[in-house]
Ligand binder design. Structure first.
Ligand SMILES: Cc1ncc(COP(=O)(O)O)c(CNc2cccc(C(=O)O)c2)c1O
Length: 291
């Protein structure tokens, strides 16, 4: 039986329903986090909850649970589902209101926690890398809907995913309005050229990825040279290595972008070393559920 946390109660999948007047449903008015648990460790739990509460503050959404209560709800949901390895989707919507969009008509935000097994990429995919394309759909401009807010408004990302599906590609790369590369539909991007790793600054229009930050810190620790600087598709095409990072994706190589083969056409040495280093910390850094 899968138990889902819904506003303080645990309900079964069948019982896990939201109102048609929920503004998360009606307007995408809400925020979410995607978190992974590795061998009983909620990886980077603090970083995810910090980002959740930041996103909430940014859209003036009052989460009805304190940080500690939210942590306890996460742990309880994982325990009830006896999940040691898997994926957590934590959603906070504005809650039930009337058909108007005014958030002031929504008296109480709704908190939902779904815990599931996760299988996104095969081990083979981490070696062969993904075929990707760039897309015409630009990343939301920060002064319209800031990509730093992990909101339920994922239509920008979905339109990108539709274009990558159409191209038969595994992921798509977005530019911002100025033509600088920002990120993938659900992951951050890094390029490697002559041993130097570069990732776009998030102010260009990217989510402040927690996996991205973990990779930045790993590079610092193991002495890899990393820069946060803008780059264009040209720099991606001529890169020696390209990889994407995300909670679901972890660290996944890109073997092709718009028909250009990247490097040798499979995961490069720096990408594989960073994946290895990343996987060595995922069951350490975070909140232990069963201890
Ligand atoms: C737009 C975007 N950019 C970057 C990331 C990577 O951020 P983290 O390193 O903090 O996860 C994300 C996060 N994207 C994400 C997170 C969890 C699950 C899924 C999924 O595809 O089901 C996607 C994202 O949605």
């Amino acid at each position: 039986e899968q138990w889902i946390y819904l506003d303080g109660e645990f309900v079964t999948k069948e019982g896990a329903k939201v109102s048609v007047f929920d503004h998360g449903f009606l307007y995408g008015d809400g925020i979410f986090e995607g978190i992974r648990i590795y061998n009983g460790n909620i990886f980077k739990c603090k970083e995810h909850l910090d980002r959740l509460y930041d996103s909430a503050k940014s859209i003036q959404l009052n989460i009805p649970l304190s940080y500690e209560e939210m942590e306890a709800a996460l742990v309880e949901t994982l325990r009830r589902n006896e999940l040691r390895d898997g994926y957590i989707r934590l959603v906070v919507s504005r809650g039930v209101g009337n058909l108007g969009l005014d958030p002031n008509r929504c008296p109480k935000a709704s908190v939902i926690i779904i815990a599931e097994q996760l299988a996104i990429y095969s081990e083979e995919a981490y070696k062969t890398g993904l075929k990707t394309v760039s897309v015409s759909t630009r990343r939301n401009i920060p002064d319209a809907l800031n990509p730093k807010i992990k909101s339920l408004n994922y239509l920008n990302n979905i339109l990108v995913k539709i274009q990558s599906n159409l191209a038969g590609a595994g992921e798509a790369i977005m530019m911002n309005a100025q033509g600088y590369v920002t990120e993938g539909s659900g992951d951050n991007i890094f390029i490697v050229k002559r041993g130097v790793i570069t990732t776009p600054p998030c102010y260009l229009g990217a989510l402040e990825g927690i996996t991205r930050q973990a990779i930045i810190e790993i590079c610092e620790r193991i002495g890899y040279k990393l820069k946060e600087e803008p780059f264009t598709l040209h720099d991606v095409y001529i890169a020696d290595e390209v990889f994407l990072t995300g909670t679901a994706a972890e660290v996944i190589a890109v073997r092709e972008v718009d028909g250009r083969i990247i490097g040798e056409g499979h995961a490069g040495p720096i990408t594989l070393r960073l994946l290895d280093e990343f996987r060595s910390i995922v069951d350490k850094d975070g909140l232990k559920v069963w201890e």
